[in-house]
Design a protein around this ligand. Structure first.
Ligand code: B1M
Length: 207
């Protein structure tokens, strides 16, 4: 099987060891890391994300695929910096104040990285000040996650804080969040799952 096909399948199947080996092999052979990322690795993550959206795979498969992707990204990331690859946008992601759930947020972060974005993970229990600090540090997209009905209202405070700033877009998501809620509080976009979060960021940046 060609190396590229093996790499694609390795990511989809979550074979971390094989992915690291094939990426290293391609890089050692002088392959272009940007082409490898854009033509094989990102499409593999998109493929697993699409399957997740169609309920053909579930969270565990997506998590192991994301970890395999990360094993490849760990090799490629320093090379991208060397060849001057410019990330498509700088995204800061965090679970909002009072909320400690991070599994979904981590999945979203991994999918965004897989889609070629530079992602700063702010962790959980994030205050407005923490998001502001990330924007001061260069983030132009902020992703907010919430899993509790008691913490989702904090998203409104964050949106209000950045109101009127055209240098920052705010995307929200999490189990209790809906498009209606995003519209109500004035967020720029809503993502229903990790794959949809990538679509939401892309549509925001295009508008
Ligand atoms: Co908690 N918990 N929990 N919990 N917990 C829920 C959320 C709950 C629904 C369980 C229940 O009662 N059925 C309930 C909330 C009820 C409500 O608010 N209506 C609940 C509760 C009540 C609590 C505590 C208050 C319990 C207590 O202490 N009495 C407490 C709160 C702690 C706190 O945060 N302050 C608590 C604690 C915990 C644990 C620490 C034990 C653990 C979290 C561990 C961790 O995250 N590291 C935990 C867990 C595991 C859950 C459940 C069982 C699973 C959550 C999860 O990881 N799902 C959850 C029940 C459930 O969801 N069925 C529950 C898998 C994950 C992949 O999905 O996070 O939804 P999810 O992410 C999805 C999408 O939502 C979306 O994409 C992801 C991938 O598809 N998404 C985004 C998420 N963020 C996004 C951002 C985007 C776009 C999409 O754009 C920016």
């Amino acid at each position: 099987m060609p190396l590229i096909q093996e790499l694609f399948d390795g990511i989809c199947k979550g074979n971390r060891k094989l992915v690291a080996e094939r990426v290293q092999q391609e890089v050692d052979a002088g392959g272009d890391p940007i082409a490898l990322l854009n033509d094989t690795m990102i499409p593999a993550m998109r493929d697993i994300g699409d399957k997740f959206s169609r309920n053909e795979v579930y969270v565990p498969e997506m998590l192991i695929a994301a970890r395999a992707m990360q094993a490849g990204l760990d090799i490629i990331e320093p090379l991208l910096a060397q060849v001057g690859h410019k990330a498509r946008a700088k995204i800061a992601i965090g679970t909002v104040k009072g909320d400690l759930h991070d599994i979904g947020k981590n999945l979203v972060a991994m999918m965004l990285k897989g889609a070629g974005f530079e992602v700063q993970d702010l962790g959980v229990d994030c205050t407005v000040e923490k998001y502001e600090e990330a924007v001061t540090g260069g983030a132009n997209v902020i992703c907010l996650s919430a899993l509790l009905t008691t913490t989702m209202s904090y998203m409104k405070d964050v949106v209000a804080h950045f109101k009127g700033r055209d240098d920052v877009k705010i995307i929200i998501g999490g189990a209790p969040i809906t498009q209606e809620y995003a519209t109500e509080i004035g967020a720029d976009a809503y993502g229903s799952d990790a794959n949809d979060a990538v679509r939401a960021v892309e549509s925001c940046l295009a508008s």
